[in-house]
Write a protein that binds this ligand. Structure first.
Ligand SMILES: [Zn+2]
Length: 271
């Protein structure tokens, strides 16, 4: 599933092809995404120039002259930059045809992605207005993480994956950040000390920044905007390494299940 680093990688890959380009037309081949693409979207978007690219949580924000496109890659979506006459493949649902002769083509086999247009402030859009702080921005940090873990009985890993509390830390990055912060994933959130909350805030930032730097994690159905797979997998300490020696201490990495998702940790390094 594309997570925050994959979406940010897509944004960065897309930007040089998109900025300043006019969208000549929007071709919606399949409107039945997670929410139906509104039939008036192409008419509102056509003719507008792309003036910015941004991201909020896992939403790509394509800033136009009079509004913003909000694109979510869902479980299996990807965006590619292609010559406009490239034949469509299965599950290519939307084309944003650019005056440069290229198209931004959205592919999503499982159709959990979405495409919206708003002429208002995108951060106030109902899909974005109630999201937790961005982990890579200043408002997220040791104080924030300390505050949201107070009084919470739930396991810290579950708190990290609760998008109302923390956005963008999916399953892989939650396990990796907890390893770096030396905290066991099953610990109750409220048991974290101030020092641990600070370590964890730093670890989340470090893991996401590393993943962005190397272009996201290679997953079955993810490729970056330029079609090149990510390279984060070789940097993983615990994720999908059950039984293998910890890269820090040599102990066998353990795998457990939390809310039906696999969690990985080192029983020696993490307390
Ligand atoms: Zn270890």
């Amino acid at each position: 599933m594309p997570e925050l680093p994959e979406v940010e990688t897509t944004r960065r890959g897309l930007e040089p092809h998109a900025l300043g380009r006019r969208i000549l037309a929007v071709a919606v081949h399949e409107p039945r995404l997670r929410w139906p693409v509104r039939p008036d979207l192409p008419g509102k978007v056509a003719g507008q120039r792309i003036i910015s690219t941004g991201r909020r949580a896992k939403y790509l924000l394509i800033g136009l002259e009079r509004g913003t496109l909000l694109l979510h890659l869902g479980m299996s979506g990807s965006l590619r930059v292609l010559p406009a006459d490239t034949p469509r493949r299965a599950h290519d649902h939307v084309d944003l045809l650019l005056e440069s002769g290229r198209t931004l083509r959205f592919n999503d086999p499982r159709r959990f992605g979405s495409l919206h247009y708003t002429s208002g402030d995108p951060r106030q859009h109902p899909l974005l207005a109630h999201l937790a702080p961005e982990p890579l921005e200043a408002e997220f940090g040791r104080e924030y993480l300390w505050r949201v873990t107070r009084g919470r009985r739930a396991a810290i890993k579950q708190v990290l994956m609760n998008s109302r509390l923390v956005v963008g830390v999916g399953n892989i990055y939650a396990s990796e950040a907890l390893f770096r912060a030396r905290i066991r994933p099953r610990r109750s959130a409220r048991s974290l000390t101030r020092a641990e909350a600070a370590r964890l805030a730093r670890a989340i930032r470090a893991v996401l920044e590393l993943a962005i730097r190397v272009g996201g994690t290679t997953l079955r159905d993810y490729v970056g905007a330029d079609g090149s797979p990510g390279d984060f997998r070789r940097k993983l300490y615990v994720y999908e390494r059950a039984g293998k020696p910890c890269r820090a201490c040599g102990s066998a990495i353990r795998q457990i299940t939390q809310l039906s998702r696999s969690t990985y940790y080192c029983p020696a390094c993490q307390k």
